[in-house]
Design a protein around this ligand. Structure first.
Ligand SMILES: Nc1ncnc2c1ncn2[C@@H]1O[C@H](COP(=O)(O)OP(=O)(O)OP(=O)(O)O)[C@@H](O)[C@H]1O
Length: 224
């Protein structure tokens, strides 16, 4: 599939301020970012620099104070919640630091959840993901019966099972040992290369960042 020219994510002049007990703080002071299909970008920066904020805005979970955000060509800046929810369901795969697994569902059902919502449940693809993520041995366990690293791998599998065009991942390998992290990276990069997925990944690891197609560093509210 050649979708190399499609822009999956574009942020233009994005600003974000929060009001805190100590007064307003400006976290993003004019962020520009473009991610094409079939490309991967690492997002690095000090703790508290606003990396997760960028992912939340791109996922339409929060609204920018100024600027424009387009996801797969759709303007989400002031879009209604229903449109943003539809984009998350149909187009975007999210892997956040909180795994948000559903406690009452076993691993297999958690893996299928997102894909079923999107109408794209594919048992063969799900089995391939479970294999690649080393989850075959715990498909019938519940989240509370898993280690942190296993939960993280389920969260990744759940996002990828729906075959999203855009993957937004916040430290997706933060709970994994080096070998497991490398296996997850290989899986993500295979999807980018083979299916034209766009990947924006927050990481503190320069080693992992170096494996992605490019790196953007967030400092003082701007990307460089
Ligand atoms: N809802 C909120 N209300 C007020 N301040 C917030 C809110 N969310 C984030 N912040 C602040 O915005 C700044 C950026 O937070 P963010 O989580 O985006 O940073 P980060 O770069 O992802 O950090 P880390 O690497 O530690 O995960 C921090 O100073 C944080 O305290």
């Amino acid at each position: 599939m050649n979708e190399g020219s499609e822009t999956l994510l574009r942020l233009t002049g994005v600003r974000k301020s929060y009001v805190t007990g100590e007064g307003p703080i400006e976290v993003l002071a004019g962020v520009d970012l473009t991610l094409q299909a079939g490309k991967s970008l690492a997002l690095t920066g000090e703790s508290g620099s606003g990396k997760s904020t960028i992912l939340h805005l791109a996922a339409g979970l929060d609204e920018a104070s100024a600027g424009r955000i387009l996801v797969a060509g759709t303007e989400i800046t002031h879009a209604p919640d229903s449109l943003r929810a539809r984009l998350r369901r149909d187009t975007v795969g999210l892997v956040f630091q909180q795994f948000n697994l559903i406690p009452s569902l076993d691993v297999a059902a958690n893996l299928a959840f997102q894909a079923r919502l999107a109408g794209r449940h594919d048992p063969a693809w799900q089995a391939e993901l479970a294999e690649a993520l080393g989850l075959k041995g715990c498909l019938h366990r519940y989240p509370e019966q898993l280690s942190g690293g296993q939960q993280q791998r389920v969260a990744i599998g759940r996002a990828l099972a729906a075959r999203p065009r855009l993957v937004l991942a916040d430290e997706p390998t933060g709970n994994l040992d080096e070998a497991s992290a490398d296996a997850v990276m290989a899986l993500l990069l295979r999807l980018v290369a083979q299916t034209g997925t766009g990947l924006l990944m927050v990481t503190h690891s320069m080693r992992l960042a170096a494996r992605l197609g490019g790196r953007l560093h967030l400092s003082a509210g701007r990307l460089a």
